[in-house]
Write a protein that binds this ligand. Structure first.
Ligand code: MG
Length: 309
């Protein structure tokens, strides 16, 4: 079947789950109901679906296939709008964990003068206050002056993973999205020597993890290790890379993290960023009032956000 992605939008002040086919947004709840599936419980989002993804994904596929086969009497009746016309929320609103990989592209490691990694390097970003949807305006932290961008492939976990082997690790991926791992670099580097980097202040600021526009199921991403990533600021290309350049690939990251902690459905792993961050430019370039950032990954769409003071 043709691929689709799943997202969340604001509609009539409510969260509405949608699917995107081509450039058109359809009401997922109504599509499921029309296919005979149980109606979605109130407040049900992608997070809840991912808790039972093995049940929900086939159900959604079936509903889409049925709706498409019925044409104007089917899926067309549930059209909401064009993708450019809706107010996106982050596709996953309540992940249990948001884990970020540091310097997982050699070019970025070089530009921040980091030693090559001997093992995957990770940190936790607060998952309850940082996520925003595509189109959201993000307020830069008033006490930070070195605010930086990082386009990353977001890997979304689809079933509990504990001590999984590299060879089986991709079975635990439900799908992918785009995330901008925004940083306040002046706070990342501001700590005493013994304590090291303050990842909390540098990374967990409100709105500093815009994500989306949607979530694309893994089945529709032919090779997640061969996707071009690009980030522009006000139309100027700042970052360009390919997921083939990851130091530790997705399977290796999942195997590593799942040895430390149980990865749970809906957990998001931001898999690292290629070179071209603001910090890496000479002289450095930081986000400023009014900047518009576009993050694009092959097949996953474009995440757009405006940053303001
Ligand atoms: Mg990052």
């Amino acid at each position: 079947m043709k691929g689709f992605s799943i997202g969340s939008i604001f509609r009539d002040n409510c969260n509405t789950l949608v699917i995107v086919l081509g450039s058109t947004v359809f009401d997922l709840g109504k599509l499921l109901a029309a296919s005979g599936a149980d109606s979605l419980p109130s407040g049900f989002g992608l997070s809840e679906m991912l808790d039972d993804w093995a049940t929900w994904f086939p159900r959604i596929k079936q509903a889409v296939e049925l709706g498409e086969s019925q044409g104007s009497g089917g899926i067309d009746a549930y059209r909401i709008a064009d993708v450019s016309e809706v107010a996106w929320r982050a596709p996953i609103l309540k992940p249990r964990k948001l884990i970020c990989m540091g310097t997982n592209y050699a070019g970025h490691a070089t530009e921040v003068s980091s030693d090559p990694l001997k093992a995957p390097y990770s940190f936790i970003k607060s998952s309850s206050n940082t996520l925003r949807g595509s189109g959201a305006t993000i307020t830069l932290l008033d006490i930070a002056n070195m605010n930086d961008w990082e386009v990353e492939l977001a890997v979304v976990i689809g079933k509990a993973a504990r001590r999984v082997d590299v060879a089986l690790a991709m079975d635990y991926v439900a799908g992918y999205s785009i995330i901008n791992d925004v940083s306040a670099r002046d706070w990342v580097a501001s700590s005493p020597k013994f304590l090291g980097i303050d990842w909390v202040v540098g990374k967990s600021i409100d709105g500093y993890a815009p994500m989306g526009p949607t979530f694309t199921p893994a089945e529709f991403v032919a090779d997640p290790q061969n996707l071009n990533l690009e980030l522009t600021v006000n139309g100027k290309v700042m970052q360009r890379g390919n997921t083939s350049q990851m130091v530790f690939n997705i399977a290796e990251i999942i195997a590593h993290l799942s040895r430390i902690m149980t990865l749970e459905p809906g957990d998001i792993i931001a898999s690292g960023t290629p070179e071209g961050t603001g910090f890496g430019h000479k002289p450095p370039v930081w986000l400023k009032d009014g900047d518009i950032v576009h993050c694009t990954i092959d097949g996953l769409g474009t995440l757009e956000n405006k940053f303001v003071r």
